[in-house]
Design a protein around this ligand. Structure first.
Ligand code: ZN
Length: 213
């Protein structure tokens, strides 16, 4: 995260903005995970008035690194004070220009909502409830059984897992995919750490980052 030398006016405006903003209504449904989310254009519509009112503006620039493609998000205050996020990148599902574009759109929506402290995704609890499965148990079973599987079986189950699971989110510090921590979902960890540490972190790196604060 990079900041202007002075940040007081920026943070004051941001906290005013956050005290006024509500979560955007989730109007789209993700066909793969069957959860509702707010499309990027609706997130932008939802926040633009509140941002303008508080003298804030947000810019996002596409970027890429060894993990994939994504965005850098810059929040600017009319005083000239600003904060700039670390690159937030996601792996590309399909290595086509469309795959890249959809990863960037996803990253933009995700980073924008996280940087501004709003939610653009339905609580995962709702998702779990609608699937009517207990994630801890079934995930544990899956882990245990995959340890016993042969390599080719593992490959197969990995590829089906990837279809069912949410996109990988990479920890900004260690580069490993963020995994859920008990009941806490990957998204909740990513969103929480992005808000707190301005970059998505796995549980262990978040612990380390907490200590070094
Ligand atoms: Zn990590």
């Amino acid at each position: 995260m990079k900041y202007s030398n002075e940040t007081k006016e920026l943070f004051t405006a941001l906290s005013l903005f956050q005290s006024e903003i509500t979560n955007a209504s989730k109007t789209a449904t993700n066909p793969f995970y069957n959860n509702k989310y707010t499309p990027l254009c609706d997130v932008i519509k939802h926040v633009s008035e509140g941002l303008a009112k508080n003298g804030l503006s947000v810019s996002q620039f596409p970027c890429s690194d060894e993990f994939g493609v994504g965005v850098i998000t810059i929040i600017t205050h009319k005083s000239g004070q600003y904060m700039e996020s670390e690159p937030f990148t996601l792996p590309i599902d399909k290595k086509t220009s469309q795959g890249g574009a959809s990863a960037i759109t996803y990253a933009r929506r995700y980073a924008l909502a996280a940087c501004l402290g709003i939610s653009s995704e339905e609580d995962d609890d709702g998702n779990k409830a609608s699937n009517a499965k207990k994630p801890e148990e079934s995930e544990l079973k899956q882990q245990n059984s995959s340890q016993r599987q042969t390599r080719s079986e593992q490959k197969q189950s990995n590829s089906t897992q990837q279809k069912q699971e949410k996109p990988l989110i990479i920890c900004a510090d260690c580069g490993q995919p963020i995994t859920n921590y008990g009941e806490i979902t990957i998204e909740q960890i990513a969103e929480g750490t992005l808000k707190k540490f301005t970059r998505p972190l796995c549980y262990e790196c978040a612990d380390k980052a907490k200590e070094s604060e």
